[in-house]
Design a protein around this ligand. Structure first.
Ligand code: F6R
Length: 586
């Protein structure tokens, strides 16, 4: 989702800003812009496209000055156009802003500004903020007072950085991430540590309801009521420095390939929290799991594993659905929140609602300094390192590994999980690229793929379908095997491919029956299993392993299949269209 970067220092700002925007590309965006200040003059350049393309055509890096702001936009208010790209300037041209979030009352604010003679070049809510600041500045003649007044007038979620033509930089944070990197004689204000990690690992994390002002005298932080705050400087985790693709063609392939290692590390540096979570689950009246997208699919598996093996009832809830039905969370329950980024707006909103319902918030998070961590009573860290590819891969299996560890403790070792065996099995699957590449060549032509699984394999079917649609733009759907005859069978014909997740376990025979029903309607079958069957048109072999461990292994070849199908279709697997890594707006 939108990325923000501000720079205040002694170096030429523009190349630093462009580099920072490139490092944050994974968050997802459609347009780019940079503004700098040199000799009381503000320069702005912006346009649609990738950072490298826009830099090539507009020469963003050549802008002059040691102070600047930059932005990659993911459209919410207004189409993807050059005019709607950030930065936006106020009518006077003396104030410029970059912004992430949504201002819910922007229409009303805009109408008031228009009545007072302000005009607008874009359709964005952002241009409203910068003109509001101009209006308030002319009233108060004081930067701090004008910003405090402005934030009090805004409804919604926002993080913004404002640059004044005298070089003052001001930032505000309210339910969108914003971090200050403290370098040598320099400051970086960024949505993400990746915006400054090459320059410094010292950071100040702004809280919701904080503003920051940097001018020639100093850096100061205040709360929205104007109180001056003292904030500690934190060392950013070293793991964030490791954000190179290495020899891999794409981050997505690198991250898929890291899984034999990341599943071993999952939760390992927060073992005490893991023990405590088990204890909470044992004694809770109601246990809910929540997440969005891939993280919700992990929540579905948590439900299946915990009821099957530990006889513990947990309820998976889609985070955005909690917003519609807050009553789904009964008072005095526990809510276990799964999130790679810890910044998904739907997830944070669900947490907010659950807190109002007196629920205790326990989290499983990858980004250890995220908003979700701040909201949680207890945190288990996925520890899988930065995930740059927009499609979640290694964070999904890290979530599953932690869910396995919790379930195994709840059932006192009944599953016999051996993570070294899982790691070896994943390594074996990852040697099978050529077979999967050959199938990807066929899938290139296909318009519909269905993925079938039963029991513990159903959440994996859902996740497989999500990976395929995100990376290949092919329509894909996960189906519980037993549901086939209740509708989806009508869709089966010779144009369709069906992936059957079918290891040789208690679901095998019923799933093979599904395969026959599908095959007799002409569809092609790809079997993901340790055991071949003549019904398969293609067999993707996974190693034989004890039954409970199959789900975490069987998703790996499908991640690879989605990746190679994206390559075949010439789509960008790291940055799928219309998607963002951290979905920080509702
Ligand atoms: C799918 C994907 C998304 C995320 C979802 C939640 O590949 O990446 O569906 O899983 O946006 O994100 P987190 O886990 O960061 O809350």
């Amino acid at each position: 989702m939108c990325s923000i970067i501000g720079y205040y220092g002694k170096e030429i700002a523009a190349p630093i800003i462009v580099k920072a925007l490139k490092r944050m590309e994974y968050r997802g965006y459609d347009s780019v812009g940079v503004a700098t200040k040199s000799e009381n003059q503000i320069y702005v350049k912006k346009g649609i496209g990738k950072v490298a393309e826009v830099n090539e055509s507009l020469k963003l890096s050549n802008l002059p000055g040691n102070i600047g702001i930059g932005h990659t936009r993911w459209a919410t208010h207004g189409k993807v156009t050059d005019e709607n790209a950030h930065p936006h300037s106020s009518n006077s041209g003396k104030i410029t802003i970059v912004h992430n979030g949504v201002i819910e009352n922007f229409t009303e604010l805009k109408e008031n500004l228009q009545k007072n003679g302000f005009t607008f070049k874009s359709e964005t809510d952002t241009e409203v903020i910068v003109n509001l600041i101009q209006q308030n500045l002319s009233k108060y003649s004081d930067v701090k007072k004008s910003i405090l007044k402005t934030v009090s007038q805004l409804k919604g979620h926002f993080a913004f950085v404002v640059m004044f033509d005298d070089g003052t930089l001001v930032a505000a944070r309210f339910h969108e991430p914003l971090i200050i990197g403290i370098g040598k004689n320099s400051y970086f204000i960024s949505s993400d540590v990746l915006g400054f990690i090459e320059n410094t690992d010292d950071a100040i994390y702004l809280d919701n309801g904080n503003i920051m002002i940097i001018d020639s005298s100093d850096l100061k932080i205040f709360s929205f009521d104007g109180t001056k705050l003292k904030k500690p400087i934190t060392k950013v985790a070293k793991e964030f420095a490791d954000v190179n693709k290495g020899d891999y063609a794409h981050f997505t392939l690198k991250e898929i390939s890291e899984q034999p290692d990341t599943i071993l590390k999952a939760g390992e540096d927060t073992l005490e929290a893991l023990e405590n979570m088990v204890d909470f689950i044992k004694h809770a009246k109601n246990v809910y799991f929540t997440g969005s997208g891939t993280s919700f699919n992990a929540a579905l598996l948590a439900k299946n594993l915990m009821s099957k093996y530990a006889k513990v009832k947990v309820e998976p809830l889609i985070s955005s659905e909690i917003l519609s039905i807050p009553e789904s969370i009964e008072p005095n329950s526990i809510l276990i929140v799964l999130s790679q980024s810890g910044e998904s707006a739907d997830v944070l909103e669900a947490v907010n609602i659950a807190k109002q319902q007196t629920a205790k918030i326990l989290s499983i998070v990858n980004s250890s300094l995220s908003s979700l961590v701040q909201e949680s009573s207890l945190v288990i860290r996925m520890g899988c390192g930065p995930e740059i590819g927009v499609a979640a891969t290694k964070s999904f299996t890290a979530e599953l590994a932690i869910i396995y560890k919790i379930t195994e403790k709840l059932c006192e070792g009944c599953m016999g999980i051996d993570f070294n065996k899982i790691s070896e099995a994943i390594s074996k699957v990852l040697t099978n690229h050529s077979k999967i590449q050959a199938i990807a060549k066929e899938l290139k032509q296909v318009s519909d793929i269905y993925v079938i699984g039963r029991g513990v394999h159903y959440p994996i079917a859902m996740e497989a379908a999500l990976k395929l649609k995100e990376l290949t733009y092919i329509h894909a759907e996960g189906i519980a095997g037993g549901e086939l005859k209740h509708g989806p069978l009508a869709l089966m014909d010779s144009n369709v491919y069906v992936i059957i997740i079918n290891p040789d376990d208690s679901t095998y025979t019923d799933t093979i029956t599904n395969a026959h029903e599908i095959k007799s309607r002409g569809a092609k079958i790809i079997g993901v299993s340790n055991k071949n069957n003549e019904i398969y048109d293609h067999w993707i072999q996974i190693p034989k392993i004890d039954e409970p461990m199959y789900p975490i292994i069987e998703i790996i070849p499908i991640q690879l299949l989605a990746y190679y199908s994206a390559i075949e279709k010439d789509t960008d697997p790291d940055y799928p269209r219309n998607l963002a890594k951290s979905v920080t707006v509702k």
